[in-house]
Every structure is written in C-alpha cells, then in structure tokens.
Design a protein around this ligand. Structure first.
Ligand code: NAD
Length: 313
C-alpha cells in the first residue's frame, strides 16, 4: 500500500501510517501531483493541496482521500463520490481548541487585554480607564449548537455563565439536556452579554449577523466569531462598533483572508487572530492521527468512523 501525504502532518500520524504502509511525505506542486497521483492508494492532505476533479480522474489506484481536519473545500467531493472514493476526515480534531480560543477572546474583550498590552508598551499606565467585567453570571448566546458550540457551553459552565442557544437544526430536547436554554435568534440577540457564532457558513448563514441583528443587541454586548468569515457582515460590524451599538468584537475569521488593512482595525475594543482556531499542537496531532486511522481503516476494508460521502460505502 502506498500513501502520499502531501501537506504537513503530525509526526504521530506519520508513525501510525508507516507501521502499515509505504509513505511518501512531501509537498508536490499541482502539476507534479497530477503526474504522480496514479502511484498511490491513498492521499492525505490538509488545506494546501487541491484534490481537483483532474487529480481524481488521473488517480487510477486511489482508494481513499484523507483530510486531516474538518473542511473539505479543497477536495472535489462530488468527483470522488462519482468515482466511489471515500473522503474521510477528522471533524472533532479542533473542537476543543476552537472552544478555548473563544474563551481567550471573551476574556480579552472583558478585560481589554489587547488594548491594555498595547498602551502599556507605548508607555501608558491606564489603570483607571481599563475597568473590565467578569464572565461570571453573564448570559452567553451561542449561535449554532453543534460540536464547538456545545464545547464552548461546557467550558462556560466553569465560569458560572448562563446560556441561550439558537440552532434551528438541533432539537430543543438536545439543547435542554446540556443545561442550556433553547432560544429564538431574537431573544438571544436581545438578552446576551456575549454572543459567539458556531454555525457553518452556508447561503442561509452568510451575513446572518447584519445591521438588523446589531440593532437588537445590548450596547454592552460583545460578539465573537471563530466560525467562518462572512457569517458576520463586516460592514455592519464596522457601523455597529462606530455607533456604539455593541461594546466590542473579536474575530478569528474574516470575509477575506488575510483581511489586509481592515477598517475594523481602527477600534480599540476588539481582539483579532489570524484564523488560529485549530492551530494548537494538540489539535494538529488529533486531526492527523484520527485521519491516519480512518485512511488505514478504508484501505483494510473496514468501515471508517468519519466519512464525508457515506453514500460510497
Ligand atoms: P457542527 O456541524 O458540529 O455545528 C454547526 C452547527 O450549526 C450545527 O449544529 C447546525 O445545526 C448549526 N446551524 C446550521 N445552520 C444554522 C443556522 N442558520 N443558524 C444557527 N445554527 C445553524 O460544526 P462545528 O465542528 O461545531 O464547527 C462550527 C464552525 O466552526 C464551522 O463554521 C467551522 O467551519 C468552524 N471552525 C472554525 C475553526 C477555526 O479555525 N476558527 C476550526 C474548526 C471549525
């Protein structure tokens, strides 16, 4: 069995693969990939390698495509499905890492950490003007109550927060079971002290937080987006911050990445990171080892636990 690992992968994952297969580990260019793909039974990628329809067409021996992570935008899943090739991934690899980043941003906003750090380095001691708030007792509004949304709520319990959860595809019962309160979007927007977004980016969720939604928020509310850029309308966010409709915002994801000279950078009551949600040592190991295991399962004729196109099985 020959496996091509064409993006960076954790050593722990390579070790698992090398016990059972011959592994080539390097980063081919798109042209090179087209020329060599025929040799391989499996390919494992992260987000750099594009597994296009042409690559799949040329991959005469390919039995499985592994994505060491969640999103499969860089893989032509439709073509893989047509060819009967399973696409496996590691949907839970970064769940906890993203949830912790949400807390890093929430605490940063609540205690003005980014501004406090900057002003101190610039020689100022703004102790009086930088009074913050506690998370304890505050209402956390979670939009999208899936894997990450639920993990955020699990952590929020330790801070003694309350939770309003909005997810039109999750049953009220499954939300209540966690101790959160199922909510409409309107109730969540009107009552939350912190609002965090954990839905996927779809036509339905694109710009789901725009002018009308900012109007409903408390002027003391903070909003955090560690899901996907485009769910928050950045122009509307700019206006909401400018007009003091909310207290502040944190973004890990942007409508355009990298965002360049975003006008949002003029505000002090913000906290920004360059799409770091999944960027932890632990998440990379988890995503790599899970994907390696899934790929080997398919190659051995076993049923994978995480498959994007189950119809091929
Ligand atoms: P998930 O599929 O487990 O959860 C998404 C939830 O959103 C589901 O429960 C779904 O019912 C809900 N949803 C769908 N449409 C909705 C709508 N219109 N309104 C409210 N909720 C809606 O996914 P997950 O693993 O929890 O990931 C959540 C988000 O985090 C995704 O956008 C993913 O791309 C993103 N993510 C970001 C990073 C990062 O680096 N910042 C890393 C991993 C995942």
């Amino acid at each position: 069995m020959k496996i091509l690992v064409s993006d960076k992968l954790a050593d722990e994952a390579l070790e698992i693969l090398r016990k059972e297969a011959e592994v080539d580990y390097f980063e081919p260019s798109p042209e090179e990939l087209l020329n060599i793909i025929e040799k391989y039974d499996a390919i494992i990628v992260r987000s750099r390698t594009k597994v296009t329809a042409e690559v799949i067409e040329r991959a005469k021996n390919l039995k499985v495509i592994g994505r060491a992570g969640v999103g499969v935008d860089n893989i032509d899943v439709k073509k893989a499905t047509e060819k009967g090739i399973p696409v496996v991934n590691a949907p839970r690899g970064s769940t906890h890492s993203v949830a912790e980043l949400v807390f890093a941003h929430m605490l940063s906003l609540a205690r003005h950490l980014t501004y406090a750090d900057r002003s101190l380095r610039e020689g100022r001691w703004e102790k009086k003007s930088l009074k913050g708030i506690e998370l304890q007792g505050k209402t956390l509004g979670i939009i999208g109550f899936g894997r990450i949304g639920r993990e955020v709520w699990k952590l929020a319990k330790a801070f003694d927060m309350k939770c309003l959860a909005y997810d039109p595809y999750a049953s009220e019962e499954s939300i209540r079971e966690t101790g959160a309160e199922p909510s409409t979007m309107e109730k969540l927007l009107k009552n939350s002290d912190f609002i965090t977004i954990h839905a996927m980016l779809t036509e339905e969720t694109r710009h789901m937080i725009s002018d009308e939604q900012f109007e409903m928020m408390k002027p003391s509310a903070y909003i955090i987006n560690c899901a996907r850029g485009g769910i928050i309308d950045e122009k509307a966010l700019y206006n909401a911050l400018k007009d003091g409709k909310i207290a502040g915002a944190a973004l890990d994801v942007f409508e355009t990445e990298p965002p360049g000279e975003s006008p949002l950078f003029e505000f002090e009551n913000t906290s920004f990171t360059p799409h770091l949600g999944a960027s932890t040592v632990e998440a990379q190991i988890r995503a790599g080892t899970t994907t390696a295991e899934q790929v080997l399962k398919v190659l051995k004729g076993e049923k994978p636990d995480f498959i994007v196109n189950p119809e091929v099985l």
